[in-house]
Design a binder for this molecule. Sequence first.
Ligand code: ADP
Ligand code: ASP
Ligand code: MG
Length: 458
Amino acid sequence: MNLKSIKFGGTSMGSAESIQECAKIVKEKINKSLVVVTVSAVGGITDKLIEIIKLARKTKPRLVKSKVIEISNIHKQILKNLTSNDEEAENLWAQEFEPIINKLEAISYGTSLVGDLTDKTEARICAFGEKLSSLLMLLALEKIGIASQRIESERIIKTDNNYLKAKVNFQATSLSSKKILRPIFLKKIVPVVTGFIGKDTHGNITLLGRGGSDYTASILAMVLNANEVEIWTDVNGIMTADPRIVEDAFSWPSLDMNVMSEMAYSGAKVVHPDTIALAVEKNIPVYVYNTFDNAFKGTKITKNAPHAKGIVTSPGNTIITLENTSIINGVGFVKKVTSIVAEHNIPIDVCATSEISFTISIKTEDYSKKLLKILESFASVKVKNNITKLCFIGNEITSDKKLLAGVFTLCMELDTRIYTISVSASGNNITILIDQNKANIILRALHKKFLKEEECSQ
Ligand code: ADP
Ligand code: ASP
Ligand code: MG
């Protein structure tokens, strides 16, 4: 039988009404195919858990406690709206939700007393969002007569011990998925899997990185040989740019996997990048739907789909420029810099060289004074913060001379300095690094000039 791996994002899990909408979507599918559901945390909850972690590191136990209460109240309210009466809500709260909230409080309060919080504990705290939201989805499904079972994904998704962005062990994950999920399918029960979470070989909780529930859904699709992945989110599929910034962004009915992969790795938040890489590998189509707009037919992401273009911006980058005369005709300077950055476990994003300088960009959150000190020991270093990376993405886009000229002209007209430019050899990405405060203006102007719905219609 056909199998769909369906994932509901944070906004879709954000209120009793939207969770009920998700449950209805599942109901429509189960007559025609087997379904495995993956859920994100209720919208905003993972951010709150991260705030708890920050407060715990600053030894602020009182503030930690009040954040836990906030999280508790949000779930209590949704639970109340999903149940028929107060007694039912109270009973469910006491039996199912309270023990989880108590655990969250114990771990976060305890660590906040000492202020000592490792990545291992951070992963453990962040995982509470999905543990709670999955209970809400289970209830909504039960209320409309769908037999379902909650599966904590650490039982299935096996990873290494890189706690916050773990690598999946596909062989072990495949074995456990089949062992745990197949009997559930046979009983015609819908498994509801907590997204984002895995477990290392020592039994510790790990995470798949921010936005990782999409990835959970595609991992499940891969190991279970599903026919497709469905990502249900809060916008009309994959659009030419983030609709929150570009009002006239429009949706693609279909999109090439490689273009989507480039968009996701460039920072388009709508789909976790590893999700697409996996789908490309296994040739599993990914559909992106809008939970809040039934009329929208979705974006279908497949191999060799018609050409499409998009612009992605991602703020919060730091440019580091190293100058040293030994770069001229020298051997090993670039290797030295990249090795040092790698030792700090920092991914390098864009890079550029001249005869006497080597420039890299990294995420600002990865930048540290410690790194600067080491680099300064052998080169003169300039650091520029508040940088946005803007990527224009599309098949063979780099051969579009008009577009390249247009990028420069627009930056000139809008008095915007391009710090670094990268034109990818694969032909599908033109990246510029510009000041963060100019990025949205440039994005909108580029979109207006080069992405017109009538010209791009497929
Ligand atoms: P979810 O909680 O459903 O996983 P996310 O917030 O992770 O949702 O991703 C959806 C958001 O991605 C949208 O609300 C939109 O603002 C943003 N986004 C960024 N780039 C794009 C794009 N090219 N197309 C669609 N949405 C985009
Ligand atoms: N809840 C996690 C996050 O906010 C995972 C996800 O939503 O996909 O990053
Ligand atoms: Mg997401």
